[in-house]
Design a binder for this molecule. Structure first.
Ligand code: DSN
Length: 422
């Protein structure tokens, strides 16, 4: 009994010092590095509190008021609140907040309207799409016939004429709008017109831009889409998780597809955290945040261009940009590694028509959501651009890397993160 009580009350450092030491190191890394991964962010502590809460002990298969377990009287209210907040935030008729991840959310939307063997049209991964938009090794390619659209070779922007002509040629059941590495505004109305022309469903994956949509800094895909899928952890600044929005017409089928179709027990800590995230994203301060994310990306893009870097499509309209490193004789892989040594975290990324392999690439993807959460603004984007350029201009110079690393740690310290932790 004593052992039981001790175990139940013991802290992580007492139970597992190895894992505690590593989470401490990760906290330190997040504080001292400048986070430019376009899909990452820092969540408010309230979101983390939900995720580390007693909700982890509860099963709640089914939907509010139709649960397959007893004891759901509180957790089903949490789920209802999350659903209502998601609907209100984005102006949707229906929301399912149970999907564990963005890929699962996409799977749920696909399974709701497509049968195996049907055709889907989505953006190529190497031109900005996502794995779950039809990569050859992804479940989408195992189940469906995938046709891909890309960007125009000259403008490096979505070629809507190509989308329309592929749609007319292949008559897909589903067209997917949305991307993981596309720095430009997406014209959802145009996508919907193409879908309507051939009687296809439009599924918009807004994972990257969800925070911008919530904050009014990007057009809302809801009025144009049959389904909208999203993660919560990116620009929306919530927990790792996902949700699907749709019109009332698809509500029942979507819910049945998520549970019992592709998931069992929902992750209640994540659902509570999503509810908090939707609440925060509906506050006026989130509009300021979303606008600053876009302003910071624009400032960073301008500062990189001013230092001679070519940006894919010539700039950015959203929270991210893609740097073409070919003129610097550096690969994305090499640049990611040296920037990490210098305290700047980015990810290598294929650029359209990239001659390099996906694990090497010719590009870097830079994004502003995380640094904006820390409170950084245009002057800091200038400092970051200067630091990125210094490192990429002297990739072999350990002295430069170490100097920049020190400067980035100082910059991080000036914008404290999670001060009450540790
Ligand atoms: N892996 C995510 C990204 O970094 O864009 C997409 O799911």
């Amino acid at each position: 009994m004593a052992y039981f009580n001790e175990l139940m009350e013991a802290s992580l450092s007492a139970v597992d010092p190895d894992i505690k030491a590593l989470t401490d190191k990760e906290l330190d890394r997040q504080r001292t590095h400048i986070e430019l991964i376009a899909s990452e962010n820092f969540v408010p502590r309230a979101v983390m509190e939900c995720q580390g809460s007693i909700l982890t002990n509860k099963y709640a298969e089914g939907y509010p008021h139709k649960k397959y377990y007893g004891g759901c009287e509180f957790v089903e209210v949490i789920e209802e609140i999350a659903i209502e907040r998601a609907k209100k935030l984005f102006g949707a008729g229906h929301a399912n907040v149970q999907p564990h991840s963005g890929t699962t959310a996409n799977q749920a939307a696909y399974f709701t309207v497509m049968k195996p063997g049907d055709t889907m049209l989505a953006m190529k991964l190497d031109q900005g799409g996502h794995l779950s938009h039809g990569h050859p090794l992804n479940f989408t390619s195992m189940i469906y016939k995938v046709v891909s659209y890309g960007v125009n070779r000259d403008t490096e922007m979505i070629d809507y004429d190509e989308v329309a002509s592929l749609a007319r040629e292949y008559r897909p059941k589903v067209i997917v709008a949305g991307a993981s590495a596309y720095p430009r505004r997406i014209d959802f109305a145009r996508f919907r017109a193409v879908a309507d022309d051939i009687g296809a469903y439009l599924i918009t994956d807004m994972a990257h831009i969800a925070g911008l949509v919530a904050g009014g800094a990007h057009d809302n895909p809801i009025p144009h889409s049959h389904f909208v899928t999203s993660t919560t952890q990116k620009s929306l600044r919530g927990p790792r998780g996902a949700f699907v929005l749709c019109t009332e017409e698809f509500a029942k089928d979507l819910d049945r597809t998520v549970f019992p179709g592709i998931q069992g027990g929902p992750l209640l800590p994540a659902i509570a955290a999503k509810a908090v995230c939707f609440k925060l994203a509906s506050e006026p301060s989130f509009e300021d945040y979303a606008r600053q994310v876009v302003r910071n990306a624009a400032a960073l893009a301008k500062a990189m261009q001013g230092r001679g870097y070519r940006l894919v499509s010539g700039g950015t309209d959203n929270h991210m940009m893609l740097l073409d490193l070919r003129s610097r004789s550096l690969t994305g892989k090499a640049a990611e590694k040296i920037l990490e040594e210098a305290g700047i975290t980015v990810n290598k990324n294929a650029i359209p028509f990239d001659p390099e392999k996906p694990m090497v690439t010719s590009g870097l993807r830079l994004g502003s959501p995380a640094v904006t959460t820390r409170g950084m603004k245009e002057p800091e984007m200038e400092l970051i651009a200067e630091a990125v350029d210094e490192v990429l201009s002297s990739p072999e110079d350990k002295g430069v890397i170490s100097k920049v690393r020190g400067r980035m740690a100082e910059l991080g310290a000036a914008f404290p993160l999670y001060e009450s932790m540790k």
